[in-house]
Structure formats: structure tokens, C-alpha cells
Design a protein around this ligand. Structure first.
Ligand SMILES: Cc1ncc(COP(=O)(O)O)c(C=O)c1O
Ligand SMILES: [Zn+2]
Length: 397
């Protein structure tokens, strides 16, 4: 199989970088890089007919749109094709038909992050690296350690010492070299960058390594297939660093480039009011005090109980803000109390038990609708992390 990746382009200054660029961020301005594909070559086999006939029931059915050549390097655990459930209870609550939940709590390490880690691990193996690392609020690290375990790749993880116990246990049990950082996620992030530079580790940091977005976009391909090869009208996404939402955008962007969808869905960013850097930035653009062509992403002091989305300075903020504003979506904020209550409501009404960040998009969709907002339907809310990762949160609601 050929690798159809042709280059990387900076989200900020549009500088082009070669496909074999060995940095992570734009060499001119330090912005995030976006992978570019030869869509003409991809279109030869990425067709509805081929997908309908393909019996590969994992994300590897989308290999033409992943940035590696050798499919033999992908981790052996079952990846992707998670359920999309219609939720009639929410439909009644908000008086809107066609509300769906994408259940990513059941991926191998029990969070959405496996979509990124599996693809980035295949890239790392193809590059011939000997050790990989990442900083994480917990889930990205667990996922990276999980993929490392299944591929025999040594993994170092930098995690805030305050991460939930279950996530630390997951890191340990997968055999990672766990570095507990006395500080915030942003501190762990900076330390990981420094250590990777010093020791030559391959760094999976979210919103830094341009390949994570390329893995995360598989959720959009799945949703498109599950809707009968159509895009939904909207997607609600929990946002911390902004890399998941950027991945959702990228997946639908790829489909649009291939002529497989006409319109992008409206992409909604949902954040905690206690970690709302993206929502604040969007609000400054909506109010005209910053322009979408040239804006600075806000920094906040994140205190949310939803640890996975507690981020001071979103590292994929520029593309996250663009994903929302260029698709006609909005930013929605929910309180920690609303998030914690939603854990109970979602589990008891659907059987899906999710962690705080995992229910945030559902809470946001409901809040937006109940406040009089029109939810473009069909709508999908991403449920991104398993409730067993943070059982203490249940008792705090
Ligand atoms: C369960 C869960 N939901 C949402 C997010 C937010 O993703 P991002 O930081 O890319 O915005 C994360 C990130 O750690 C997560 O683990
Ligand atoms: Zn740049």
C-alpha cells in the first residue's frame, strides 16, 4: 500500500513542509501542522462501493487516508467501528428528533485516544524509533501505553500526579515508564517536549505531533458510514486541547475533498466553564474583538473536575476554533455540576457509563437545546471516555 501523505501545511502561516519532515510544529512559526494527501490517488480505492464490500471491521478499512504505508505495523488490538446509538430519551427531552451518541468508551484502553495512538504507533514503527513518549491528562497516556504494550514498543508517560488512580493504574499495568509530574498537564507537556528532545524519543503529545489528528479523524469516517454514507448535520465534541475536535473536522474535510459529502456538519465545541479557553476565544471572534484570520487562543487557569479536558492553553487551539467557526458550529459551556450529574443520567438511562469528559458533549448538546438553541439534526454527541476510569467522580455528583 502506498502512503498518500504528500506534505504538511501550517494551520497558522500556511508554510509547507515535506511529508518526511522530522519536526512536529511549523518550522517558521511554531504552529500546528496539517497533513495533506493526494486525494486523487486516495479516490481510486476510497469509494463507497469498496467500503460496502470491505469485510475489515476496524479503522484499517480507511488505510488510504492514514499517513503510513505499511499496514502490517498497525497494533493488533481491535480498533474502532464503535456503536452509534439513537437516543430517544434525549430526543424527547429537547424536542428534537435524530439525536445519536457515538460510544467510544469501549475502545481497547477505554477512551477515544486509541484512535490517535493506534495510527501514530504505526507511524512510529515505520519511522524505526526505539522509544516513544507523551504527556497526558491520563487517557492519551493510557492509550499510548496500551498500544506500546501490544506492539512491544517502550513507552514513557508524563502525567500530572493528580490524575485519577485508575488511569495511573492503567499506565503501570501496561508496563509504561510512568513519570508523575508535580504540576499541571501543561507542566507535564513542557517536560515531555524537553525530555524527548534530550533523549530522541518519538513524542505523541496531543496538539503537537501532527499524526494524532490523522488517527482521530476515523470517527468521522465511521459516523459517515453509519449514517448510510451521509454526514450528520452536527457533531458535539468535548474539548480540552482541541485535537479531537480538529480530528472530527479533518475526517469530514477529507470526505468533502473526495466528493463523498457535500457539506460539512456544524461542529460544536463543548467545554467546562472551568476550562473554557476555546469557548472564550470563539466568543471574542463572534463579538468582533478578534478576527478569524488572525487570532490568539486564550489561556485560562483550568480547575475543572473533568480532568481529561482540564487545559490552560489548548495546544491545538487554532484548528479547534476554525473547526467550529468555519462549519457554523458554536461553543457551549457546561458547569462541573452539570457534567457530574450527566454521568448518572446517561448511565441510568442508556447503560453507557462515561467519565466526566466523556459525558461533556452530551451535557452540552442538551444544555444548548434547552436554552433555546436549535440543534442541527441528525446530531451526534461523542462519548469519549469510560466511567470506570474515574469512579470517584460518580460519588461527587
Ligand atoms: C475522555 C476525553 N474526552 C475529551 C478529551 C478532549 O480531547 P482534546 O484534548 O483533544 O480536546 C480527552 C482528552 O484527553 C479525553 O480523554
Ligand atoms: Zn507556521
Amino acid at each position: 500500500m502506498a502512503n498518500h501523505l504528500t506534505s504538511f501545511v501550517c494551520f497558522n502561516c500556511r508554510t509547507e513542509h515535506p511529508a518526511d519532515y522530522d519536526g512536529y510544529l511549523c518550522r517558521e512559526c511554531g504552529g500546528n501542522l496539517n497533513a495533506v494527501y493526494d486525494y486523487q490517488a486516495v479516490a481510486e480505492s476510497f469509494t463507497v462501493d469498496r467500503l460496502k464490500q470491505d469485510d475489515e471491521q476496524t479503522v484499517w478499512r480507511y488505510s488510504e487516508l492514514f499517513p503510513f504505508a505499511d499496514r502490517r505495523n498497525v497494533p493488533g488490538l481491535h480498533m474502532g467501528i464503535t456503536p452509534l446509538y439513537r437516543n430517544r430519551i434525549i430526543e424527547q427531552q429537547i424536542d428534537t428528533e435524530l439525536i445519536y451518541l457515538k460510544d467510544d468508551t469501549r475502545l481497547p484502553s477505554a477512551s477515544f485516544k486509541d484512535r490517535a495512538s493506534s495510527v501514530v504507533m504505526a507511524v512510529a514503527i515505520e519511522k524505526g524509533v526505539e522509544r516513544v513518549a507523551c504527556a497526558s491528562t491520563g487517557n492519551a497516556g493510557c492509550s499510548w501505553a496500551c498500544m506500546g504494550a501490544t506492539c512491544g514498543m517502550p513507552v514513557t508517560i508524563f502525567v500530572p500526579a493528580s490524575a485519577p488512580e485508575a488511569k495511573i493504574a492503567q499506565l503501570e499495568v501496561y508496563g509504561a515508564d510512568v513519570r508523575r509530574v508535580d504540576g499541571s498537564y501543561d507542566d507535564a507537556f513542557a517536560l515531555c517536549v524537553e525530555e524527548c528532545e534530550k533523549h530522541g524519543y518519538f513524542n505523541r503529545n496531543t496538539g503537537f505531533n501532527p499524526y494524532t489528528r490523522e488517527g482521530k479523524k476515523s470517527v468521522s469516517f465511521e459516523i459517515w458510514e453509519q449514517f448510510g454514507y451521509r454526514a450528520p448535520a452536527s457533531v458535539f465534541v468535548p474539548v480540552g486541547d482541541g485535537n479531537i475536535i480538529s480530528g472530527v473536522w479533518k475526517g469530514f474535510y477529507d470526505l468533502q475533498q473526495l466528493g463523498l459529502i457535500d457539506e460539512m456538519p456544524a461542529i460544536f465545541a463543548v467545554q467546562s466553564t472551568n476550562s473554557d479557553a476555546i469557548a472564550k476565544t470563539i466568543s471574542t471572534i463572534e463579538q468582533g474583538s478578534q478576527s478569524l484570520d488572525d487570532f490568539t487562543v486564550a489561556t485560562v487557569s483550568a480547575t475543572t473536575r473533568a480532568d481529561s479536558i482540564a487545559v490552560d492553553t489548548p495546544s491545538d487551539g487554532v484548528s479547534a476554533v476554525r473547526a467550529v467557526m468555519e462549519t457554523g458550529g458554536k461553543a457551549v459551556t457546561v458547569s462541573d455540576q452539570e457534567i457530574l450529574a450527566e454521568i448518572w443520567e446517561l448511565a441510568s438511562s442508556t447503560g453507557i457509563f462515561a467519565e466526566p469528559a466523556g459525558v461533556t458533549a452530551v451535557a452540552g448538546l442538551k444544555k444548548f437545546a434547552l436554552a433555546g438553541g436549535v440543534v442541527p439534526a441528525p446530531a451526534v454527541a461523542l462519548v469519549t471516555g469510560n466511567g470506570l476510569k474515574d469512579v470517584k467522580a460518580v460519588l461527587e455528583a
